[in-house]
Design a protein around this ligand. Structure first.
Ligand code: SF4
Ligand code: MG
Length: 332
């Protein structure tokens, strides 16, 4: 299948300034060398605690932020090399679904006007005479009543607002939706409805998703592949089965052990791993492996040298840990 999104060595560092002179006193390494690939129709789940750089990554992928270095390539074209109309057309292919449907919609715009706006900004998308019909079709596709297009965001529930945001993104006929914790602001009962809707839309429109969450259990259902982030870096990535059934990084294992187990019979067989404390600040992260202060497997060398992503058993299963069993390596 065709690669729709290719990300190489993406870095985003923010200067940290202090004092009256706003002197730079450090670097916040929000995204620190991330590479990803996404094929048509595929879903990549990205998981990590808050502050790990997930939202910055989402903004870089959708060109809402410019990287410090590295590349984002959309359908074979590097966003870096594009300007003006070409850049606008390339950006259209990768749309961001925001976490908070309460703040991402303009309160003064009706539902229909919100979904229609992309056509006004990109007139070549659809002839003027077709737009009302297209807006109705999009509202229907996301499970909203097309006759309620005259309503305002404050008249809608959280789930309905998220549906409006999705319809608006679909108006641009994207290849990829980057969903930044799209359900975490919603009631639990509504979360499954939105996840099911995304699944349905993926088939219908051949979409690929980058689905970001802070909890591994949320992405499991949708994801074909998963990447686990810690302090701006991917520490483990692989197929859904590789990550959930053969997690090799201690951080992934800790996240999995913290997730609720649906089957109580399976509970006893699982090792409980407690993650101590909050992740450290991405400003001046710990030396060596940045996970070492919280790692239950850490050894002396872990604070000195930083591991890199390397294949474990399967070719697509990569882990960044000195003690993971890399083929040919000398892990435990
Ligand atoms: Fe833990 Fe060391 Fe592996 Fe880092 S390299 S995850 S500290 S065992
Ligand atoms: Mg976030």
């Amino acid at each position: 299948r065709e690669t729709v999104l290719d990300v190489r060595d993406l870095v985003k560092h923010f200067p940290v300034r202090q004092g009256a002179l706003r002197r730079t006193v450090g670097l916040l390494k929000a995204v620190d060398g991330v590479s990803l690939e996404l094929r048509r129709g595929e879903t990549l789940g990205i998981v990590g605690e808050s502050g790990c750089g997930k939202s910055t990554l989402a903004k870089l992928l959708t060109a809402h932020e410019r990287p410090t270095s590295g590349r984002v390539t959309v359908l074979g074209r590097s966003l870096h090399d594009l300007r003006g109309g070409e850049l606008r057309r390339a950006r259209r292919h990768v749309q961001l679904i925001f976490q908070d449907p309460y703040t991402s919609l303009d309160p003064r715009m009706t539902v229909a006007a919100t979904v229609r706006e992309p056509y006004d900004v990109n007139p070549d998308l659809a002839p003027r005479g077709d737009r009302d019909r297209l807006v109705r079709e999009l509202l229907e596709a996301v499970g909203l009543n097309p006759d309620h297009g005259g309503r305002y965001p404050h008249e809608l529930s959280g789930g309905q607002r998220q549906r409006v945001g999705i319809a608006r993104a679909l108006a641009l006929r994207p290849e990829v939706l980057v969903c930044d914790e799209p359900v975490s602001a919603l009631d639990v009962s509504v979360q499954a409805q939105i996840v099911n809707l995304l699944e349905e839309l993926r088939e219908r429109f051949s979409l690929a998703y980058v689905f970001i969450a802070h909890d591994l259990s949320v992405v499991r259902h949708l994801a074909d592949r998963v990447a686990v982030m810690y302090l701006g870096k991917v520490v483990e990535t692989g197929s859904e089965a590789e990550v959930y059934e053969s997690a090799a990084h201690p951080y992934t294992r800790a996240l999995l052990s913290a997730a609720p187990v649906p089957d109580p019979a399976a509970r006893g067989t699982r090792q409980e791993i407690v993650l101590d404390g909050e992740p450290p600040s991405p400003v001046d992260p710990p030396s060596g492996c940045s996970f070492h202060p919280r790692c239950f497997m850490a050894e002396d060398g872990c604070a000195r040298s930083a591991p890199v992503l390397e294949p474990v058993a399967g070719a697509g299963h990569l882990v960044s840990c000195h003690l993971a069993r890399h083929p040919g390596g000398d892990g435990p």
